[in-house]
Ligand binder design. Structure first.
Ligand SMILES: Nc1nc2c(c(=O)[nH]1)N[C@H]1C(S)=C(S)[C@@H](COP(=O)(O)O)O[C@H]1N2
Ligand SMILES: [Mo]
Length: 355
């Protein structure tokens, strides 16, 4: 295996820019939609989008009594469930950390919400009859490439009890239309509440195992680490987070906001994988006040929040910060991570208020 890419400080590299153009984020004005229109949903594609040919089938095997496979048509004809779920990339916020890991340099736009339609994974696993001793379910994607010099298909696993959660879906539709190529056509896994890497796209095979999966994307990537060489903790549930839609109008190049003095409606979204969000605070130049947080619109989707800002002429820094019912609160500054995972530091927006 070749060495880890060393961290970088300063300007974004050509490689980071190329990754960022392939993997666009959600424009923050799209926080206005309960369900993100498919074309505005963020993207994270490690390798290439694989072709989804006519003969695609999904195999279910490994440590099971009755292995079987399903065509896409068969999967579509099953009773289905539609779940509204927020996905966020574990690397969201990486571009704000210094030194940063050379990868997709997300600032804060690697998050979106969609309606996913498909078959509960648990139903397929029950049909295959898991044998005693199964500990994990492994999901194999059809996309292949290299990382750290290691050639592999994108693959991830879930502990059995997570895989059996009723809202974990093998999805064939996004926002009531067939999955687009970039979001996993023809089939993908959707694991609500977990960071996005768990929701394996271009799903080809599901495998029950008795041993912890040691694939690259499980054992090497997607672990929180403070130092090189540490084994680290696996990324799982999304950390508590919030964003506001930038108010006013932007300057084209700097994206700095220009706002008219007076009452300004501020609104945004908030989410946490482990518990509903109870509180969102809004700050102007470091002075915090409580905003109004709406109840969850769906159990696995972001919540909306809003407040009114009395904007006076001048330069201001706006921020927002969420606390979930488990008492988890966003940090004021990024917490450093070797790979830039799990940065849920508060969002800051610089605004010029004019008279
Ligand atoms: N097969 C496969 N599945 C994948 C990925 C991938 O590169 N290949 N990227 C993962 C990551 S890191 C994220 S954040 C989500 C992004 O899903 P989206 O592109 O539909 O928003 O897909 C996950 N599933
Ligand atoms: Mo991701």
């Amino acid at each position: 295996m070749s060495a880890r890419r060393p961290p970088i400080v300063g300007r974004y590299t050509a490689e980071e820019v190329e990754l960022a153009t392939r993997n666009h984020g959600m424009p923050l004005e799209a926080l206005r939609y309960d369900v993100t229109p498919a074309g505005l949903h963020y993207l994270l594609i490690h390798f290439d989008i694989p072709p989804s040919d006519e003969g695609w089938s999904l195999g279910i095997g490994g440590l099971v009594e009755r292995p079987f496979s399903l065509s896409v048509a068969e999967l579509r004809s099953e009773d289905s469930l539609t779940i509204r779920a927020t996905l966020e990339c574990a690397g969201n916020g990486r571009g704000q950390i210094s030194p940063r890991y050379p990868s997709v340099p997300w600032l804060e736009e690697g998050v979106s919400t969609a309606e996913w339609t498909g078959v509960p994974l648990a139903r397929l696993l029950q049909r295959a009859r898991l044998r005693d001793g199964v500990k994990e379910i492994v999901f194999h994607g059809a996309d292949r490439g290299f990382d750290h010099g290691l050639e592999h298909d994108f693959a991830r696993s879930l502990p059995l009890h997570e895989a059996m959660r009723e809202e974990v879906l093998v999805a064939h539709a996004m926002n009531r239309a067939p999955l687009p190529p970039q979001h996993g056509a023809p089939l993908r896994l959707v694991v609500p509440r977990w960071y996005g890497m768990a929701s394996v796209k271009w799903l080809r095979a599901i495998e029950a195992t008795e041993r912890p999966f040691d694939g690259f994307q499980q054992a090497v990537a997607y672990r929180f680490r403070r130092a090189q060489g540490e084994k680290g903790e696996p990324c799982s549930l999304m950390r508590v987070n919030s964003l506001m839609a930038p108010p006013g109008i932007p300057d084209f190049y700097t994206r700095r906001r220009i706002v008219q003095a007076g009452e300004v409606e501020i609104s945004g979204r908030t989410w946490s994988g482990s518990a509903p969000v109870e509180r969102v605070e809004f700050a102007v130049d470091g002075k915090w006040t409580n905003a109004v947080v709406a109840k969850p619109q769906a159990p696995n989707a972001w919540q909306s929040w809003h407040t009114v800002w009395q904007a006076r002429v001048g330069e201001n820094e706006l921020a927002c910060r969420a606390t979930d019912s488990g008492g988890n609160v966003q940090p004021l500054d990024p917490v450093w991570d070797l790979s830039g995972f799990g940065n849920n530091a508060v969002q800051r927006i610089f605004v010029t208020v004019r008279g």
